[in-house]
Design a binder for this molecule. Structure first.
Ligand SMILES: Cc1cc2nc3c(=O)[nH]c(=O)nc-3n(C[C@H](O)[C@H](O)[C@H](O)COP(=O)(O)OP(=O)(O)OC[C@H]3O[C@@H](n4cnc5c(N)ncnc54)[C@H](O)[C@@H]3O)c2cc1C
Length: 376
């Protein structure tokens, strides 16, 4: 396919691969981006685009916080179609136990320099009048924001190609070889190093990777400007998002710049079928209507599903493969890959260039997972 030998071959032009490609190209590397479908067409197109600081662990916090700072740094450069909206998040407490969680979260964030604001029942109702009465309060995190992820991926690919990277769209990698990648069309591309950023398909290219598909559903409505003003997430979300086995739904609603509402979210393991599952969808929408009763009267336009790439310890794999020195991994970002794409790219390239990193890479190193990996 190409007689050239690239410094880096990036497999997958989701938001993670695209951000890595832009960063590699910025460092002067010659880059090939090989994408089986279209740019940003995988989980990146299916995701909500909530850029959110999370505190499930110190490592998760460090990565999301660092990445959010990187998004803030480029917010003025993002093209209009990326729809960056600094709407903030409100974590909603339905009872006293969840309010205690809001206070714990508030302390965790403010101890680490993230601005937050505790809302009582009245200030929550004033901030979001369409929420049902009787909620106890919440936590506002004003620094969180929202983007439209496929356009962000395209923006990063454009940055990479403007620095000489070559995009191979509609071209699937069949196998990672000793000196590059073999393509499904029978040809090859040679590269000094290979980055497996194929999202939930990454484990089919690198055997032994503990990356599993975690299905999610989303619904988008017609335009109802100002129906909600922040990304609204129930604090019960934390229970459902962080169990590794259960099939779960949680209230998670996002205002889009278009005036539309994006309604999530569900999580299912062990399901490969991408079709909409009406039983899960019903549970998810019922949950949303519990919090926003007026939602039941609005029109939805489209429902879709996507697959998160989940690792057992809920942290992504960023860095060299434990056994193959020319293979790097940038995968396993589960439900936070839009947020953490930029930090992933920085950490990956710093490791390639043997440079200091702004945050410790240790928690994300692939070597932490016991792997018995052989290439196909
Ligand atoms: C319902 C849902 C809601 C979400 N909400 C959020 C959110 O609000 N905030 C957030 O931060 N994250 C969210 N996420 C997670 C986020 O979408 C993902 O973590 C992120 O998109 C992962 O990006 P990626 O580039 O790793 O994977 P992908 O976007 O899946 O990209 C991988 C690419 O690799 C390509 N590929 C695969 N196999 C091959 C091959 N053999 N050869 C060549 N190319 C190949 C695919 O075509 C694809 O384009 C959500 C996910 C889902 C499913």
């Amino acid at each position: 396919m190409s007689s050239k030998t690239y410094d880096a071959i990036i497999i997958g032009a989701g938001i993670v691969g695209s951000a890595c490609a832009a960063e590699c190209a910025r460092e002067g590397m010659s880059v090939a981006i090989v994408e089986a479908g279209i740019v940003g067409g995988g989980a990146t197109a299916a995701g909500m685009g909530h850029l959110v600081v999370m505190d499930d662990s110190e490592a998760q916090f460090a990565l999301t916080r660092y990445s959010q700072q990187l998004w803030d740094e480029i917010s003025d450069e993002l093209p209009r179609e990326v729809e960056h909206d600094a709407c903030g998040t409100i974590w909603i407490a339905a009872d006293d136990e969840e309010m205690a969680e809001a206070r714990r979260k508030e302390k965790f964030y403010s101890d680490r320099g993230v601005k937050t604001e505790i809302l009582d029942a009245q200030s929550l109702a004033e901030a979001e009048p369409n929420l049902r009465p009787g909620l106890v309060g919440g936590l506002r995190v004003p620094g969180d924001s929202v983007i439209y992820p496929p356009c962000a991926a395209q923006f990063f690919v454009d940055q990479a190609t403007s620095k000489g990277a070559q995009l191979f769209p509609g071209v699937a990698v069949d196998a990672i070889t000793g000196d590059g990648v073999r393509l499904r069309n029978g040809t090859s591309i040679n590269g000094g190093l290979i980055v497996n950023s194929a999202g939930s398909s990454s484990s089919s290219l690198t055997r032994g990777l503990e990356v599993k598909k975690r299905k999610g559903h989303l619904v988008i409505t017609d335009r109802y400007p100002d129906f909600v003003r922040h990304q609204l997430v129930e604090l019960g979300y934390l229970k459902s998002a962080h169990t590794l086995t259960a099939e779960s739904v949680a209230f998670n609603v996002q205002p889009r710049k278009t005036g539309q509402l994006l309604i999530g979210s569900s999580r299912q393991f062990g399901v490969d079928d991408a079709r909409v599952d009406t039983s899960i969808l019903t549970l998810m929408l019922d949950r949303a209507v519990e919090y926003l009763p007026g939602l039941g009267k609005l029109s939805s336009l489209r429902t879709w599903t996507g697959f998160r790439a989940a690792t057992p310890d809920k942290l992504p794999l960023i860095g060299p493969h434990a056994e193959h020195d020319r293979l790097y991994l940038a995968t396993g970002h589960e439900g936070l890959g839009i947020t953490t794409s930029l930090a992933t790219a920085k950490l990956l390239v710093a490791q390639i260039m043997n440079r200091e990193t702004k945050i410790s890479v240790t928690p994300y190193l692939p070597a932490r997972m016991a792997q018995e990996t052989r290439h196909a």
